[in-house]
Design a protein around this ligand. Sequence first.
Ligand code: HAM
Length: 436
Amino acid sequence: MAQRVQGTEDLYGGYMRAWQRMQDVARETFGVYGFSMIETPAIEQVATFVHGIGESTDVVRKEMFRVFSGALVESLLAKGSEEGLKAKQRLALRPEGTAGVVRAAVQNNLVPQGSAPAKLWYAGPMFRGERPQKGRLRQFHQVGVEWLGASDPASDAECIVMLMQFFERLGFDADSLRLTINSMGDAACRPAYREQVRSFILDHADQMCDDCLERAELNPLRAFDCKNPHCAEVMADAPLVPDHLCDECAAHYAQVKRYLDEAGVRYEEDPTLVRGLDYYTRTVFEVEVAGAGVGAIGGGGRYDGLMELEGGKPTPGLGFAVGFERIVLALQTQGVDLGASEEGCVYVACTPDVRASVFGTVLALRNAGVRTESDCQGRSLKSQFKQADKVGARLCVVLGTDEVAAGVATLRDMHTHEQEQVELSALAAIVAERMR
Ligand code: HAM
């Protein structure tokens, strides 16, 4: 039997309904804030991710799936290296959505100078070559937003308020959501802070793991996320970014917190929250669900330098993304089935001799906008009733010899089991009314 690729999933049935429901809630929630949808390709030039996400990040160094056309693979195998390939030949599956959306905004001039900000949201598969485990896949699905051209701290707060509303509308118990925030500083204050962390790690080199020693040179702030308990113990005394913010960044962070307080959003400040992507400046945030054991269900932040890194004019920006698969798992721990079927249907059952009458009845019901099912396998009346239960029918229309001769149908309520006779000519209108 052909096998699915490890760390990927098939979406169908209730799982697919959950993915669609998540997009519906996103459309409704983000629409109120003025966001419209964008779709960018799942495949981009490697340079788009290297510029944006950062060359030293795990996502770019270790997790990006590279894509080469068949002809290129042969020439690569023959040459043994990628040297000499043009930028347009070096492709990757997107590990996240932000870099591609910003690339699209630059290329299509979506934020012309002096214009209103671009407010965009997206939904789609992302790809990371991570070790698959619960809530960690190689192809997973994100819903995300990118808000380009907004510099005011109010936009950071609005973004976070919108994210928390989105989670609550999906069905999360608001008290279980743990929002953490931090400020990462900007181009003015972060380089000096980064250097301090680098020196700190090197001063404690004998107590740190090899990965952290490598991080000290490449990306020292990532050492805050090291899972090694010795490193965590050392890093507990490392300098913290909020103590090293420049005046502008400190004022921005303070104002974001004031707005969050005004909106009644509960948050915890985590001065070690650094996120795994290099483009962040100033505000960063993450959301976890208490007791769910799936890690962050969403995260994001501000990235005021990213448009420039992707070749555009200096334009502030911010956004977030949430992980569909983790959200479904986390909701399950709270007894919420995001893919529960909401709309019932009508089942048209018949005795074998009047099977031909079912066609027209089903047609009339569907023309009236009613979701209708019927048997197409020649089942007995008894197993048609079982089938009606199985597909979650709320009403069952029963056609028998006498009914068809008299121009009526029996309408049976599947919950109360009450039955009544209805004129066939009025059936569609009556059923449509009941199903509303
Ligand atoms: P991220 O934190 O890397 O941020 O991913 C966002 C969410 O995607 C995570 O919180 C998690 O729920 C989900 N996720 C990430 N990796 C996996 C995986 N391997 N398997 C399952 N779920 C996963 C970003 O991607 C940024 N682009 C967010 C952003 C948008 N920042 C600004 N704008």
